[in-house]
Design a protein around this ligand. Structure first.
Ligand SMILES: [Zn+2]
Length: 467
């Protein structure tokens, strides 16, 4: 039997500052080694000051994953020497004095499988190593400390996964959940990383480190299972070790024998006292929890009669569900859900396109109103949407610029209908006895108007003129 456990590292990207100093949490916008100070560089005499917002955001994650939330938390020093760690220790959390990390045990359900969470801890991210050349043959290694001290939440699961597929489903659900909570932007480069431990047939546990994207996690786990199965089938013993994921070659490579907790000489961080969490803070956070993805989905289905599959896609992505929430009314909800899932998602299908997109909730509202009132056709709405995403212009401007408006002027439309009636005398005759044929005539009017005839008005006028 295969057992897989995960340690997910998630940066709290939506915070203003780092975990223990006032440097920016958004280190990505800085030149190398410009987002640093004596605290995050661990210079002698500097003292850490805990970012309260980080405690709140991490607690929200713990609550969303159904974890217990201790009323007293502690920080520990994890000692090790590595160039990306300027202090030679990382401030993190550990549960040796009972549950003192930000979140205790919890669980997440994927389908009918329950994945238990062992704990959630708040810690600081190390700096970033930049290798010149491939990681196996480095000529030069450079260090950028801009990331050092960035707030990181580590989510540790029990070894409850049995396949790479379950791992992938879990991280997909988790990254949607974190985005929905407004604590992290999982799409940012390096915002989500993972370690995985894998064992087969009750054998020794192998830990895979440095999986820098969720995309590679499933591949890394899959590779490691295959490697162990191959050894097992040849009666070669699997040794307990740490391997790292080589993202270029897509294989795991033995890096060093596994360190035990003892090797890290954990001890309480003397510069940060035990933090007593005010129960009022827990209460307040709980009351302000954003609506969960599953409850949003249920609501879209029951309140607006949106098909389950559409509701699923719409609710699981914060960018789209926020747009939907801001633009919909009871009457246009279905139409807007339709515009978002069938047209908009195709137009802004990458992170860059989303960021460049000029679409607002008002645009969506105007679009659905115009479709429903017959001002423009669905087909024209699609063209208008393309222009709006690009330019951000008002719908009315776009309609007149691209001449997308429906022909809804009665006399203009009557003229066109007269023409169709004279050209299609056979069909007109049939239409009197067979109402289905009238749709054919509507189609002819649409052809003449390049799809811009107001469909409702066309039908009414046709019926009247045929008599
Ligand atoms: Zn700093």
């Amino acid at each position: 039997m295969t057992k897989i456990g995960l340690e997910i590292h998630c940066q709290l990207t939506n915070l203003e500052s780092k975990l223990f100093c006032t440097c920016k949490a958004n280190y990505r916008e800085f030149e190398i080694n410009e987002n640093i100070c004596p605290i995050c560089m661990g210079l002698p005499g500097s003292l850490p000051r805990l970012n309260q917002e980080a405690v709140k955001k991490a607690t929200i994650i713990a609550m969303a994953l159904n974890c217990t939330t201790p009323d007293k938390i502690a920080f520990f020093r994890k000692n090790y020497f590595y160039p990306d760690l300027p202090k030679n220790f990382q401030i993190t959390q550990l549960n040796i004095y009972g549950d003192t990390s930000i979140g205790g045990t919890g669980s997440v359900t994927i389908g009918d499988k329950e994945i238990r969470i062992r704990r959630i801890q708040l810690e600081e991210d190390p700096g970033r190593l930049i290798y010149e050349g491939s990681s196996s043959k480095n000529l030069i290694t450079l260090v950028d400390y801009n990331r050092a001290g960035t707030p990181l939440v580590e989510i540790v699961t029990e070894p409850d996964f049995e396949s790479p597929k379950q791992v992938r489903e879990f991280v997909n659900i988790l990254s949607d959940l974190l985005e929905n909570l407004g604590v992290s932007d999982p799409g940012l480069d390096g915002a989500m990383r993972a370690d995985a431990n894998v064992s087969i047939e009750g054998g020794k546990k192998v830990e895979i480190k440095n999986i820098d994207s969720f995309h590679d996690l499933e591949k890394a786990v899959h590779f490691e299972i295959t490697r162990q199965e191959s050894l097992h089938s040849r009666d070669i013993q699997i040794i307990q070790e740490t391997r790292h994921w080589d993202e270029k070659r897509k294989i795991t490579v033995s890096s060093r024998s596994k360190e035990e907790d003892l090797d890290y000489r954990y001890f309480l961080e003397g510069d940060i006292p035990w933090i007593i969490i005010d129960p009022e803070m827990h209460k307040e956070l709980k009351s302000k929890m954003p609506e969960s993805i599953s409850s949003k989905k249920e609501r879209y289905i029951s309140q607006f009669d949106i098909p389950a599959q559409v509701a699923d896609v719409l609710s699981s992505d914060k960018f789209y569900s926020d747009l939907f929430e801001e633009s919909h009314t009871k009457d246009n909800a279905k139409e807007i859900a339709n515009i978002i899932t069938t047209d908009l998602m195709g137009l802004v299908d990458t992170r860059e396109k989303r960021e460049e997109s000029k679409i607002t909730a008002t645009h969506l509202k105007d679009l659905s109103d115009s479709i429903q009132s017959g001002k423009i056709s669905r087909n024209s709405a699609k063209n208008a949407l393309y222009e709006i995403v690009k330019t951000g212009n008002d719908l009315s401007q776009v309609i007149s610029k691209l001449d997308l408006g429906n022909v809804s002027d009665e006399s203009e439309l009557s003229e066109i209908i007269q023409k169709v009636i004279s050209e299609e005398s056979q069909a007109v005759k049939e239409a009197k006895s067979n109402p289905q044929t009238i749709n054919y005539l509507v189609g002819k009017v649409m052809q003449k108007t390049k799809g811009k005839a107001d469909p409702k008005l066309t039908l009414d006028l046709l019926k009247k003129q045929i008599g």
